[in-house]
Ligand binder design. Sequence first.
Ligand code: AP5
Ligand code: MG
Length: 212
Amino acid sequence: MNLVFLGPPGVGKGSLAVRIAKDYGLLHISTGEMLRAEISAGTHTGKLAEKYINDGNLMPDSLIIEMLLSKLQHSTAKQGYILDGFPRTLNQAQELDKFVQIDAAINLDAPEAVLLKRISHRRICPVCGKGYISYMMSSNLCEQCGVEVIMRDDDKEEVVKARLVEYHTKTEPIIDYYRSTGKLISVDGDDTMEGVAAKVEEILEDLKLANN
Ligand code: AP5
Ligand code: MG
C-alpha cells in the first residue's frame, strides 16, 4: 500500500503516520522531518530549508520533488509507504503520479481553532525528534533521550499563520486533484488520536480487501 496523508499544519498527519506505519509495516516518509534532519546536519539543503520553513513558506517544488523521488528510489520498503507532507502542490502531486502508484490519499481536516491549539502544545525532542503534547508531560524531558523538549521554530504564532495561508492557497487545491483521480478519502481529524486512528484503520482494511 502506498498512501498519502494530506491536511493542514497540526491536524495530526505525523502522529497518525507513525502509528499506522508501525501497525501496517509501512515506511513513514515525512518531507518535513527530512528537511529538519538536513537543517540539523548543516547541509546546503538544510541552510536553504531553514529560511523557507522559518518564514512559513513551502520549499521550491524542484528541490523537494528531487529529494522525495531520490528517497523513494532508495527505499527498501517492500510493503509500501506513507507520504506525510508530500505532495503539497498540484505540481508535486502530478510529478508523483508519473513515478509511483498511490492507492489512497487520506485527507484529515479539523477547524482552525483545533489546529492552533494542537500546534501551541506540540513539543519535540531536539535529539530524536519524538513528539509530545505539553500538557500531557510529567516533566519537560524526552523519555528516550533525557534532554529538554523544545517547540519547533515554525510553531510560533506568526509563522503558523503564514503556513496556514500557504496551505489554503497551494495545498488545498490538490484535494480536488485526488478527488478527480478517485483516490481521495476524507477523515474528520477533530477527534481523539484513537478515534482518528480507528477510522483510518477501518478504511485501510477495506482497501486491503478491495486490492485482494
Ligand atoms: P511539516 O513538518 O510537514 O509540517 P506541517 O505540514 O505544517 O504539519 P505539522 O507537522 O505541523 O502537523 P501534523 O499534521 O504532522 O501534526 P502532528 O501529528 O505533529 O513541514 C514543515 C515545513 O517543511 C513546511 O512548512 C515547508 O516549509 C516544508 N515542507 C515540508 N514538506 C514540503 C513539501 N512537500 N513541499 C514544500 N515544502 C515542504 O500533530 C500536531 C500536534 O497535535 C502534536 O502535538 C500531536 O501530538 C497533537 N495531535 C495529533 N493528533 C491529535 C488528536 N487527534 N488529538 C489531540 N492532539 C493531537
Ligand atoms: Mg508533521
